[in-house]
Design a protein around this ligand. Structure first.
Ligand code: G1P
Ligand code: ZN
Length: 545
């Protein structure tokens, strides 16, 4: 085959963020934008020729077109074989598993996760390495540098690949194996959890559950695993048809965006005992009980505390990691278990080394992410199945499990306040102002709060000793409370300032307070310290999670 060499102009804005390159669809569709980024990835992979790559996405608008382009580019760049999810579909956790299982060089995942889809929505490209996890910063930086100088890309002649039929076809000389996107992943889940026990729970006449796939990628996974293998009936599975624009919904599992599920779970009468949702690409999870919300930071802590109840973790867990802004609930569990709890920067890529070197078994983020060492991505359905397995073993309600956990470990009241779509200039000014006030903060008393430590979080990877700086401003008080500030690395419009607030309460008599009320002193102080009102003229955050 003679690949076509196309001349192109470099872009200077293809820097991958917290989780790959995310832009609006309009960017990706125009002017070789996708082609340049893919070629930049290929140019940074030493062993690309003859290698196996995994390819798939969350099914959002432009997924199918992008798959056609990437296949032609893979063939022209000498890739040995592509494993493609049927119809171009692979959830992020399934892609991670498939890369590992078939020992691929890596995978290209087409997703903008929980960002809205459709012609006016977002698109994204992520490269995962051979351990199944997101490319580390060293590689994403190299890709970015390459993209800034790229002058040509390679692509095979225009042709349409049959991506919907299982089996193998060849594109030029490159075999493309179209695989079932669900089966391998479903088998993996069955090897971790006690499916028989969960089946019994699901079949019990007084138990009702529901799952909202939000018209995103987990639909087919839920139908196979929750429906066929575990016996949940059709009515329990909501919005399982993946749609290119997610049915106009925002496929982010939280109390504001998962409206349909929340209405069901908070119904005054006959609410199911268990409710769950996942996001666009299937790596996030939200857990609800009857009129009850499980904070994701608590979810990580509870899963860790109960690990031994699950077949795969009967021997116990080796360690836990949480992203820095995630509440310290998991730290309490680690302390009791006598294991280490690592604190990493935001983004799943920072867990990879710890998982690869058996330092940790579980990891999680406050942003509805939880996962374990079975793959190298966060895993929504894994967390949901974990909770179902736990309910089956404990024969207790979601709310009771959480309350008993708080009684034992104390409660970490927690909330995140987001200021979205800020002009970049304002967001930078806030961060600069905070950075410049750090040195003076330690020892300062604000009403009942005394600052113990204030810094700009730097992470030194314990395995490869790589250093990641400026990962968020931390203000830590002597009672363990924290205010954290950081700018989002996944947004596509202006800047998003995230303020994370946390207060620990050991006293069981105070475990039923209003969250925002309990955090109010910290909230007020966080606004004051960052000069939010002066700089943004905003009185309220745009979102409270
Ligand atoms: C957000 C979350 C972060 C998560 C990422 C990808 O990133 O905060 O925890 O890893 O999405 O799902 P952010 O927009 O804050 O950079
Ligand atoms: Zn996601």
């Amino acid at each position: 085959m003679n690949p076509l060499i196309k001349k192109t102009q470099p872009f200077n804005d293809q820097k991958p963020g917290t989780s790959g390159l995310r832009k609006s669809v309009k960017y990706f569709k125009a002017d070789n934008y996708l082609q340049n980024f893919i070629q930049s990835i290929f140019n940074c992979l030493d062993k690309l020729e003859g290698s196996t790559l995994v390819l798939g996405g969350d099914g959002r608008y432009f997924n199918r077109e992008a798959i056609q382009i990437i296949l032609r580019m893979a063939a022209a760049n000498g890739v040995g074989k592509v494993l493609l999810g049927q119809g171009g579909i692979l959830s992020t956790p399934a892609a991670s598993h498939i890369i590992r299982k078939y020992e691929a060089l890596g995978g290209i995942l087409l997703t903008a996760s929980h960002n809205p889809g459709g012609p006016d929505g977002d698109f994204g490209v992520k490269f995962n390495i051979s351990n199944g996890g997101p490319a580390p910063e060293k590689l994403t930086n190299a890709i970015f540098e390459t993209s800034r100088q790229l002058s040509e890309y390679k692509i095979a002649e225009a042709q349409v690949s049959p991506i919907d039929k299982l089996g193998t076809f060849t594109l030029e000389e490159m075999p493309v194996e179209v695989i079932d996107p669900v089966k391998d992943y479903a088998d993996l889940m069955e090897s971790i959890f006690d499916f028989e026990k969960i089946r019994e729970l699901v079949a019990a006449p007084d138990f009702n559950a529901c799952f909202d796939a939000m018209n995103a990628v987990t639909g087919p996974y839920a139908e196979e695993i929750l429906g066929k293998r575990l016996g949940m009936d059709k009515h329990a599975l909501m919005n399982t048809q993946p749609l290119m624009n997610f049915g106009g919904k925002h496929p982010d599992p939280n109390l504001t965006t998962a409206r349909q599920l929340v209405a069901k779970m908070y119904a005054p009468k006959d609410a199911p005992q268990f409710g769950a949702a996942s996001d666009g690409d299937g790596d996030r999870h939200m857990i609800l009980g009857d009129y009850f919300f499980v904070n994701p930071s608590d979810s990580l802590a509870i899963l860790a505390a109960n690990a031994r109840k699950i077949p795969a973790y009967q021997e116990g867990i080796k360690g836990i990691a949480r992203s820095m802004p995630t509440s310290q609930a998991a730290d309490k569990v680690a302390e009791k278990l006598g294991i280490h709890c690592y604190e990493t920067p935001t983004g799943w890529k920072f867990f990879g080394n710890l998982l690869d070197h058996n330092e940790i078994t579980f990891c999680g983020e406050e942003s509805f992410g939880g996962g374990a060492d079975h793959i190298r991505e966060k895993d929504g359905l894994w967390a949901i199945l974990f909770w179902l397995n736990l309910l089956a073993v404990k024969q207790d309600s979601v709310e009771n499990i959480v309350r008993k956990h708080w009684a034992e470990y104390g409660r970490n009241y927690y909330s995140r306040h987001d200021y979205e779509r800020l002009p970049t200039k304002q967001a930078d000014e806030i961060m600069r102002h905070l950075q410049s006030s750090l040195a003076l903060l330690p020892g300062t008393q604000f009403d009942t709060l005394r600052v113990e430590k204030a810094d700009d979080f730097t992470y030194i990877d314990p395995i490869d000793h790589s250093i990641s700086e400026h990962q968020g401003i931390r203000i830590i008080f002597d009672n363990g409370s924290r205010i954290i500030y950081r700018l989002s690395g996944t947004g596509t419009e202006g800047a998003t300032l995230r303020i994370y607030l946390e207060r620990y309460e050991a006293d069981i008599r105070k475990h039923d307070l209003d969250i925002q009320e309990t955090l109010s002193e910290l909230i007020e102080l966080s606004v004051k310290l960052a000069k939010i009102k002066e700089i943004t003229q905003k009185d309220q955050p745009t979102a409270i999670v």
